[in-house]
Ligand binder design. Structure first.
Ligand SMILES: [Zn+2]
Length: 267
């Protein structure tokens, strides 16, 4: 210490004092409880931010718990909280070859989805919803925001607001811009008297086109679709909608023809 010139020593002492004071302020800030809920964090006491001294300043950074919180929030607003716990990759039944194919395709899709969509088509009970939900679960774990759109219900809400431009845009933008969108039972309609599926109405087609075309031109948005219909059937319903789905799902298009053996819910 004796070799340090007095002026420097003085400066050093005053900085040290200042740091002590700053550290105390910082400790006080770190001891205040926050009001975030859903996860009890011992590090930030539920503020979401932690403070530390950097030189003479107090700097803040986001607490690690925010990742967990975001994931919890994402699950809450995804609309498939219940399904997510039931439908995982681990409990997807894959004893048959076609089930193995579906599962392996779905797991590849999780990391290979730029400009590609996932399509699971075919009869009720073949595990379409299960596998699509499992994909959503994995993407949520990666911190992505997922929205679940049960086609029949949501299209009714959208069409009911079609004359209120502001409300309509607000509603449809949720589906257009979702980072991950899962459309379940796409173009689901009632059956005709001879047991065939009714075609969707022009209003249904318009809504589908607006959502899917937006996602088509924004290839980073992840789109997962399940439907009882085949791609050919979709092309029959509407060429513009069907061809966009066809093009985007080339690598990940699964369709299961009506076959009692594939309906393992019936076993
Ligand atoms: Zn925290």
């Amino acid at each position: 210490m004796s070799k340090v010139p007095p002026t420097v020593r003085k400066k050093y002492q005053s900085t040290a004092k200042c740091t002590d004071k700053t550290q105390h302020e910082c400790d006080v800030m770190n001891s205040i409880r926050g009001n975030l809920t859903g996860y009890d964090c011992p590090k930030c006491l539920n503020r979401g931010t932690v403070f530390k001294v950097d030189g003479n300043y107090i700097v803040s950074r986001e607490c690690e718990c925010m990742k967990i919180r975001r994931s919890v929030w994402n699950i809450e607003k995804s609309g498939i909280k219940e399904l997510l716990s039931r439908c995982t990759f681990d409990n997807f039944q894959d004893t048959e070859e076609w089930q193995k194919d579906l599962k392996s395709g779905a797991s590849t899709f999780i990391t290979d989805h730029i400009g590609k969509w996932f399509y699971a088509g075919g009869q009720v009970g073949c595990g379409k919803t299960h596998i699509c939900t499992a994909i959503c679960g994995e993407l949520l774990k990666q911190g992505m925001s997922v929205r679940y759109m049960l086609w029949r219900d949501e299209v009714v809400k959208l069409k009911a607001n079609v004359n209120d431009s502001e409300e309509y845009q607000k509603l449809i933008n949720v589906w257009k811009t979702a980072q991950v969108l899962y459309v379940d039972d796409f173009f689901k309609t009632s059956d005709t008297e001879d047991g065939k599926k009714k075609k969707p109405t022009q209003a249904d087609i318009n809504v589908a086109f607006e959502i899917l075309n937006y996602r088509y031109i924004n290839p980073k948005l992840i789109t997962i679709i399940s439907s009882e219909r085949s791609i050919n059937d979709l092309l029959d319903c509407d060429e513009a909608v069907g061809s966009r789905i066809y093009e985007r799902t080339k690598d990940y298009c699964f369709y299961f023809r009506p076959d009692k053996n594939k309906n393992w819910r019936l076993r």
